[in-house]
Every structure is written in C-alpha cells, then in structure tokens.
Design a binder for this molecule. Structure first.
Ligand code: GLU
Length: 448
C-alpha cells in the first residue's frame, strides 16, 4: 500500500523524460499495490497554463495511466504558508534582503577566490532595526531555510546509501520576495501531508532530497521515516538534443502523431537504463510484473529514437486484434483478424494499415507498366486460375503456370508480380494478400 506521485509543472508539453517519471511511478504502484497521486506543480502562476494541464492529462491517459487523486499546488498555498510559519517560529526560516544583482556579485567573488558559491548568511546577522530599515526602503524579504551541518543520509531505492556531508549547499530560498513558496518547500509539504510513501524521481533531484529531508525533519522529526526515496539516473538523447517542454521536442504529442503506440513507448521507457533487454509488452500489467527499482542501473542511459521505432514495429504482432481495431484510422474498408494477421509484421505505424487495406480491398493508382509482356502473362494466368486463387494449391498452380509462360522463377518472377499487385517491392507474403484480395480485384489490377 501507500502512495506514489507524479508531479509535473504545467509549463509545456510532456516529453519522454516526464513520461518516464510518470511511468516508473505507475509501474511501482501497480507492482506493489500503491496509489498514484497526480500533483500539478503550478505555484509559478506566470509560467503555468491550464491548457498544459489538460494536455498532460490527455498524454497520461493515452499512455494508459490513471490516478487516484489529483491535487493542484496553487490550491494549497495556505498549507505552505502554515509550514513556513512553523519554520519561522523555530528560527529555521530567516528573512534576507539581497537583490539578485548583489547575490550574483557575491557568487562571482567567491568563485574568483576558488570557493564554492555558497550563500554567506549575512542576513542572519541583521538586527531588528536593520531589517526594518531595509523594509522601509521598499526591499521585500525573501526567506531562506537555515540548513544544519550534520550529514544527511538516506537509503536510496536505486543509489543505495546516500550521504550529503554538512555545508554542501546554500541555505535555499523557500519563499520568494513576492511571497510565493518555491518548489522545494511546496513539494516536501505535499509529500508529507498527502501521505506519499515512495518518491521516485530523477537523479537531478538528489541534492533537493538532502535539503527536503532537513525541511521535513524541521517540520516534524518523525516525518522522514515515513518516506522512501529513489532517484534514477537521467538519460541522454543519442542525438545530443536537449529535452525541452518549451520546444516540444520528443513530446508525447509528437510521438503520438508519428504513430508510436503507447505500449511501445511504455515498454521502451520501462527498460531504459536497466540491464534488461528491450522487448514489446502487450499490457502495463505485464510490464509491472517485471518492475523493480533494483533493476535500474547507475550508468547514464542513452535514448535512441530508432530503438523506440524498432520496438514499435515489434509490438504489432503481439497486440490483440480488438485493441488495434479501435485504434486504426477510420476507413470504409474492412478490418478483419485475417487481414491484421497478414499485415501486422509489415507495418511501421497504424497509419500504414490504410495502405494495405487499399491493396486488399480497394483501388491502387496504376504503377509504371515497365514490363507489359509480363503483366499480360500474369493477367492470362490469373484468368485461367480458379476463383480461390489464394488457396495454397491454387496459388502453387498459378505460380507454376506463370513460370512456364514467362520462363522466370524465384525473385525474377515474384518481385515484378508483387509490384504489379501491391505497388511496393516489400510487404506481407504475396499469397496471403492475394487470398484477401480475391481473383476479381487481382484481374482488375493487372488489367489496369
Ligand atoms: N515539478 C517537479 C519537476 O517537474 C517535481 C519534481 C519531483 O518529483 O519532486 O521537476
């Protein structure tokens, strides 16, 4: 039991990196019977957009994920204010007045001295009068959390024992000068109050965890023991391209438009960064059954979109026909189990289904008639073939007849025949297509 959460900020379209965070949490939930909280991290009102909330819900639904609870951080500001009050009361949250320019200058000075750019805590030494003077000059306070210097450790579900020694970071700002709580505070207050038991997120949050553990402990000394943490190493795009919500690169929407099936994406993302082989899975249950945090490796993984496309191709043969039937682009042509079985090994995406439907049941634009004599021979042999030309013995007889008539065999016979009948030089087994197409359509096509 327990809860996991996926916490996107609605500032752009979900990309494959976000999708991986959602999926790993969802698989964990299915595997261990936890519940899934969708938390919208929208405290930054200027960058958050309700349209992105709708888009991300649609993306998660497309992936086959669902949530037991939906929470907006913008509706919990009161709670963060209360937590801040509590930290103020114990002296862990203190007001600071430096401007961004002053802070940048301080960092630069430290760097030129070869020191880490850690905040100097000068604001802690301000007297009450000095603070009042600054405020009367119109300088609003931002609030920093005072870190203690004891080592922070936790047993990470993926990294194992993690230790952050003291004085490793600046006291983080938890409340901005405009009064808005930042992610670091809001997130940990939510994890604590909403009963999250397992946090699974990228290794880019390791340092946040060290800080958030301190905040948690300051809020309630018992709180840290209720939460487990797991951080997975991020992946790099093979192309070197950066994932960006803003540019929409590698967004779920673009993959969907490209014809990637959600189960191909989930099968791919579930194994990315593990030592397990990539293989298509026909359901999330199936993926969840093999899920374990301990499968994740600590090496940085590489995301190659071509691997995803290959997995997509390998998915079709294992999908039940009924689930495909509801996903294919609408068409007036029939879609049967036999038809699907014939073509499923030869398509990249479901967009390709329409082409093979036209081959089997419709009209094809006439291709170049490069070998009129060969076409004539095919026409003649088809005319003499029985109605059920696609049945094994009839097909063999037809091929033999055509071979005798043209003096060709093997590829020299099948390749031009395939081109005449399907308009392509590769595809499903020809006799299987012919069985679906029937002799009449074959005649029409050969007659041009
Ligand atoms: N909104 C945060 C992000 O997208 C959530 C991180 C977390 O899982 O705590 O990075």
């Amino acid at each position: 039991m327990g809860w996991v959460r996926f916490a996107p900020s609605p500032t752009g379209l979900l990309h494959v990196g976000n999708a991986r965070a959602a999926l790993l949490n969802a698989l964990y939930a299915r595997r261990y019977g936890a519940q899934f909280l969708l938390r919208i991290d929208d405290t930054d009102r200027a960058r958050s957009d309700a349209a992105f909330v709708e888009a991300l819900k649609a993306d998660l639904t497309w992936m086959g994920l669902s949530w037991e609870r939906l929470v907006f951080q913008s509706e919990r500001l009161e709670r963060y204010a209360q937590a801040a009050e509590c930290l103020r009361a114990t002296g862990r949250l203190y007001p600071c007045y430096e401007t961004p320019e002053e802070l940048a200058l301080q960092r630069k000075t430290l760097q030129t001295q070869g020191k880490p750019p850690i905040y100097n805590r000068r604001a802690l030494a301000l007297s009450e009068d000095e603070r009042r003077a600054l405020e009367s000059q119109g300088r609003p306070a931002h609030w920093r959390f005072r870190l203690h210097e004891n080592p922070v450790c936790w047993n990470d579900g993926i990294y194992g024992k993690k230790v952050f020694e003291g004085a490793y970071a600046s006291d983080p700002v938890l409340i901005r000068a405009d009064g808005v709580p930042v992610y670091t505070l809001a997130s940990v207050v939510d994890d604590w109050e909403l009963g999250i038991t397992q946090v699974i997120r990228g290794a880019d949050h390791l340092a946040n965890t060290a800080v958030q553990l301190q905040i948690l402990e300051a809020l309630d000394p018992k709180a840290p023991s209720a939460l487990s943490w797991a951080h997975y190493p991020l992946f790099r795009m093979r192309s070197g391209e950066e994932l960006s919500k803003r540019t929409g690169s590698m967004s779920l929407q673009s993959l969907r438009e490209e014809g990637i099936h959600p189960l191909a994406l989930c099968s791919f993302l579930a194994k990315l960064g593990t030592s397990e082989a990539l293989a298509p899975h026909a359901s999330l249950e199936d993926l969840a059954a093999g899920f374990a945090l301990s499968n994740m490796s600590l090496a940085e993984a590489q995301f190659d979109p071509d691997d995803l496309r290959r997995l997509n191709r390998h998915l079709w043969p294992i999908l039940p026909v009924a689930s495909v039937a509801s996903d294919i682009p609408p068409s007036d042509f029939p879609f049967s189990a036999d038809f699907w079985k014939a073509i499923r090994g030869n398509i990249e995406t479901l967009q390709d289904v329409g082409y093979w439907q036209r081959v089997c049941y419709g009209l094809l634009p006439p291709g170049a008639d490069e070998e009129p004599a060969f076409r004539e021979a095919c026409l003649l042999c088809t005319q003499r073939a029985p109605e059920a030309i696609g049945e094994v013995s009839a097909w063999q007889a037809f091929v033999q007849d055509l071979s005798q008539k043209t003096g060709r065999k093997g590829r020299a016979l099948f390749h031009p025949l395939r081109l005449l009948l399907t308009g392509r030089d590769t595809g499903p087994e020809l006799w299987v297509l012919v069985a679906l197409m029937g002799r009449e359509r074959m005649l029409q096509r050969l007659a041009r």
